[in-house]
Design a protein. Structure first.
Lengths: 201, 159
């Protein structure tokens, strides 16, 4: 961190985006530049978060998974053969951790009404303050009714963007060509749910 | 209900729906405030060849939370269990810890913005740290003492 030139010139990943940004940051992190790792954490935590949440984990457990995944990356920094594989590694590791966390869940216990009120639901209520319009509330409600696999696929699609389809396909262990059709079916279901929401109003 | 407008295109395109979904997810299910900073703090380690102990939240069904100010927290990884009991003393904490398997292990407690406190557990695996500042905290265990080749770290938790 005593490299004054680098500090003055700004980090080598300045202006880069997407996979190129991650590759440059990962390279810096491997060389011991903490800024590279910090940037990766800032850029890719939402991806890891959405994988955990897409597996139905509550927000606290999802946070545990996010931290575990990043800490696990430390000892894998030098082992990632292809820097471009980073996003895929994060998704795969997050899925593994999320499944592990799901497996550790206590068997359901009968809930009294009082307890039920204090148990946080997995998704915030659709009337959450952040959802300002009727349309947004409908979208959130419809999304929450989708099968978990659809929720995960759509979260990853939104987060990773189209350019990273390969990452999504590999991480979800789907044949690459089936991502598009699967996504289409999930969106179709979601539109049908939205029609029901709209129709009932 | 007059604010509901029946859209002219009852079926927005996939792209538009995805864009809407992205906006909604960002608005109401983005990562918790401070999570990125907690992770960045947790990764500030000299030794990066570490094993990660997971926070066991069993028995906290109605009380799951990301911050704790009293009580016992348990972390585990493979054969190692780290238990800490917190007692609030004024503005600081007393930490009573217990490591299983028992033995003299190096213990470092890092608190964001407050450096770290270190000690060594006794033969029974017990350790005590008085006057630990409150805040984002991580525990680093050198299994078997300072010359250890095995380092176990916990996630950063807000104590």
């Amino acid at each position: 961190m005593t490299d004054v030139d680098t500090a003055e010139a700004g980090p080598p990943w300045e202006g880069l985006r997407g996979p190129e940004l991650f590759e440059a940051c990962l390279h810096a992190a491997r060389e011991g530049d903490k800024r590279g790792l910090d940037r990766l954490v800032a850029e890719l935590t939402p991806l890891v978060w959405n994988v955990a949440r897409g597996h139905g984990l509550d927000r606290h457990t999802a946070e545990d998974v996010v931290q575990t995944v990043w800490l696990a990356l430390l000892s894998h920094l030098q082992k990632l053969r292809e820097p471009k594989a980073l996003a895929g590694w994060l998704v795969t590791t997050a899925r593994h951790e999320a499944q592990r966390a799901n497996g550790r869940k206590q068997p359901p216990v009968p809930l009294t009404d009082e307890m039920a009120e204090t148990v946080p639901s997995t998704l915030p209520a659709p009337e959450a303050e952040a959802l300002r319009t009727e349309r947004d509330r409908d979208i959130w409600a419809a999304f929450g009714k989708l099968p978990q696999r659809c929720q995960e696929l759509l979260r990853l699609t939104v987060l990773a963007g189209r350019a990273e389809y390969r990452v999504v396909a590999e991480a979800l262990q789907m044949p690459r060509g089936s991502i598009g059709p699967n996504r289409g079916r999930c969106l179709k279901t979601m539109r049908e749910l939205l029609d029901i929401e709209g129709g009932s109003a | 209900m007059n604010e509901i407008q029946v859209p002219e295109e009852a079926h927005p395109s996939d792209e538009a729906l995805l864009a809407d979904l992205g906006r909604v997810l960002a608005a109401c299910d983005s990562p918790p405030d401070g999570l990125v900073e907690r992770v960045q703090f947790a990764l500030e380690l000299e030794n990066i060849d570490v094993e990660v102990a997971r926070w066991e939240r069993a028995g906290q069904l109605a009380g799951v939370r990301s911050s704790v100010d009293q009580g016992t927290i348990t972390f585990t990884v493979s054969d190692l269990t780290v238990m800490i009991n917190l007692t609030k003393v004024g503005q600081v904490h007393r930490i009573d810890g217990w490591l299983v398997p028992a033995g003299e292990h190096g213990v470092e407690v890092r608190v964001a913005g407050h450096g770290s406190s270190s000690t060594v557990s006794d033969e029974g695996g017990r350790f005590v740290l008085d006057s630990v500042p409150r805040g984002t905290t991580q525990i680093v265990i050198s299994v078997g003492g300072a010359a250890s080749r095995r380092t176990v770290v916990t996630p950063a938790v807000v104590l």
